[in-house]
Design a protein around this ligand. Structure first.
Ligand code: ADP
Ligand code: MG
Length: 475
């Protein structure tokens, strides 16, 4: 261990026996100056501080040092006034040193991970994207959501521990983090620690290598709310389970809230000690399921809102009918459709989503409802009637209104677009176009085509509409 790290570890131990005020006053800008054959020399920047430390804290420093490294048999204290210099980075600044313990997970909203001082630990923070009020509640998740709300309102109350289980991609992490965010909203001073069981395990492994599991214990035990995601990961990891068991008990006994998720109910957690399982079973257990059709549609609408996308009901409906595995997949298909459409300057259509689903091939042999690729592929628009049908359907207006006389904007745009597409995709003459559109004349259709052509250069939404319609036309 480097001498500075060693000194910090010793100071960390000293926290248990020396008051914080004393540490800040007498140990500020101290350092280990030398280390040799079980003897360490500690440097102190002022004479006065040196005398105080020698007089009051020699034994405590010695005990703390022994705890960190029991080969240490001798300690001496030297004056080294250079340490007072802020640039001397051998010295430990006690103000900084204590700050690391005040790290609150929510202070850095955009970063996913935060390093905890010199302990080498990292912890995942809450993602503000997950909230209890953007979690769409369906009949199958009502209980889970209600339990989370109750915990958000009163952590450490009736529902402790709260245990949420269910398959992958069904919203467990969302609920866990949403609850953490809710608690912080209601109690801004609480320390909420969110981590995955995998992360916790890795931290334990690292700490064992460095003979420093205390640091982890200290950190987790500072939590007012401990959230541990995917606890099934602890299976067959005895030492990790043991550490977790102690942390769990300590927090639980102090009425701190514990929230846990797992891919299966406590009883089915093979490879996890009975004593942990019975702790899990002592609180509130709720499960999450794959949502029904209506809820899936509502989730898609919520996600569109979050991403600021307007997507037709027909397309959302199509996605909701064809995703059968998880909410994550539901969201994934939607986002892929949006991303692809953006690349093509288009908007998602049933056809483009159908292609994505087909590529994902997650349905196996299950037919894709409302989408027959072969029929669509052969469908290439060849005449004006078909083209106008598609334009009308896309804008959700009647064919008679497109070709009719009304000059409302909601009919004008589809009409002009239809004319433009006839001209550019099916190479109709202006006269023929006019004829298809209710007997309008040459100059009307020419004007419409020029107008759309110009607008397409600056109106992105219009461009997306045109491209989407072209896709629907099989072009
Ligand atoms: P899990 O942890 O169970 O594997 P997640 O919580 O990561 O699943 O959920 C996967 C994705 O689905 C997340 O983006 C989440 O926001 C979303 N999600 C799941 N259920 C819902 C829901 N009921 N309402 C809104 N979004 C949801
Ligand atoms: Mg998860």
């Amino acid at each position: 261990m480097e001498t500075k790290e060693l000194w910090k570890s010793i100071l960390n131990e000293l926290k248990d026996t020396v008051r914080k005020g004393d540490l800040l006053t007498w140990f500020d800008r101290t350092a280990i100056l030398a280390r040799q054959n079980g003897s360490i020399t500690i440097g102190i920047p002022t004479l006065f501080a040196r005398e105080e430390v020698v007089r009051k804290f020699t034994d405590k420093v010695f005990d703390a040092a022994k705890k960190v490294d029991d080969t240490i048999g001798e300690i001496s204290f030297h004056l080294d006034s250079k340490l007072a210099n802020k640039d001397d980075d051998r010295a430990v600044d006690m103000g900084q040193f204590f700050k690391q313990f005040d790290t609150k997970m929510r202070k850095l909203p955009n970063k996913q991970e935060v390093k905890i001082g010199n302990t080498g630990l990292t912890s995942f923070m809450l993602n503000p994207r997950y909230a209890l009020d953007n979690f769409v509640v369906g009949s199958d998740t009502r209980l889970a959501h209600a339990a989370c709300m109750a915990v958000g309102f009163q952590p450490g109350g009736k529902y402790n521990p709260l245990f949420i289980y269910g398959g992958v991609g069904l919203g467990k992490t969302h609920l866990l983090q949403g609850t953490g965010n809710e608690i912080l909203k209601n109690y801004p001073d609480k320390i909420v620690i969110y981590g995955t069981a995998e992360k916790f395990t890795n931290e334990i492994v690292e700490a064992i290598k460095k003979y420093d599991t205390k640091g982890i214990r200290d950190r987790y035990r500072r939590a007012d709310v401990l959230i541990m995601d995917d606890i099934q990961f602890f299976a067959n990891k005895g030492r990790t389970q043991e550490e977790f068991f102690h942390t769990f008990n300590e927090l639980f006994d102090a009425n701190k809230q514990i929230i846990i998720s797992s891919d299966r109910p406590p009883k089915e957690l093979d490879g996890i000690e009975d004593r942990l399982i019975s702790r899990f079973e002592s609180g509130m257990i709720v499960d999450v399921h794959f949502p029904d059709y209506e809820t899936r549609l509502a989730i898609l609408q919520e996600k569109c809102k979050e991403h600021g996308e307007l997507i037709s009901r027909e397309v959302l409906d199509f996605i909701a009918s064809n995703v059968h595995h998880s909410v994550r997949e539901l969201e994934g298909v939607l986002l892929q459709a949006i991303a692809q459409a953006a690349l093509e300057s288009s908007t998602p259509t049933v056809r483009s989503v159908g292609d994505i689903l087909r590529k994902l091939n997650r349905n196996g042999d299950a037919p894709i409802i409302g989408y027959e690729p072969s029929a669509r592929e052969h469908r290439r628009v060849k005449n004006a009637g078909e083209l106008i049908d598609i334009v009308a359907a896309y804008f959700d207006v009647g064919v008679s209104e497109i070709v009719g006389p009304k000059r409302n904007r909601e009919f004008m745009v589809p009409r002009q677009l239809g004319m433009y597409l006839l001209r550019h995709e099916l190479q109709f003459s202006y006269d023929r176009i006019g004829a298809e559109f209710g007997g309008r004349n040459h100059s009307t259709s020419m004007h419409a085509c020029n107008l759309i052509g110009k607008q397409l250069k600056k109106d992105e939404k219009l461009l997306r509409d045109v491209n989407a319609i072209k896709r629907e036309m099989g072009l």
